[in-house]
Ligand binder design. Structure first.
Ligand SMILES: [Zn+2]
Ligand SMILES: [Zn+2]
Length: 143
């Protein structure tokens, strides 16, 4: 079963060929600004993603190792994509909010938890990592 999604105006649509059951939150400052809130991403290898209307995307290279795609017509944040070579190359973190039906997808992780504004938090048990733990893991940070 493939899962589908789109931007707000519908100019960009996509389908994912593998089943997505988990999502992760990123509380870093970059994701916060880019998404306008909390970014909830679903990890999808590039080979498992089929995009229609990609000519309507604008890509912003937010760091030397990743870029962020948004619809140039409506501004919807679509995904964060790893551009650096290595095991994570071309991994997409697709915004959960762009899915047509996100039911059944569970929030399992939260990264940059120490950057989260203190006025809100997610309920439920998630695997949490701090900025320092992320830096140690990726040697510079995923953003
Ligand atoms: Zn759009
Ligand atoms: Zn982030």
């Amino acid at each position: 079963m493939s899962q589908t999604g789109s931007c707000l105006c519908g100019a960009v649509t996509y389908s994912i060929t593998n089943d997505i059951t988990e999502t992760g939150a990123c509380h870093c400052e970059m994701c916060r600004r880019w998404s306008g809130g909390v970014f909830l991403g679903m990890e999808v290898p590039g080979d498992d993603l089929k995009v229609n209307g990609s000519e309507n995307l604008t890509v912003y290279a937010s760091s030397p190792w990743a870029e962020r795609a948004f619809c140039k017509k409506c501004g919807s944040s679509m995904w964060y994509r790893v551009t650096a070579p290595g095991p994570h190359h071309n991994t997409h973190h697709i915004g959960l909010g762009t899915m047509d039906d996100a039911s059944g997808v569970t929030l399992t992780g939260e990264i940059f938890i120490d950057k989260k504004p203190d006025g809100y938090s997610f309920a439920g048990d998630t695997h949490k990592m701090t900025a320092a733990e992320m830096m140690a893991l990726f040697g510079g940070g995923p953003d």
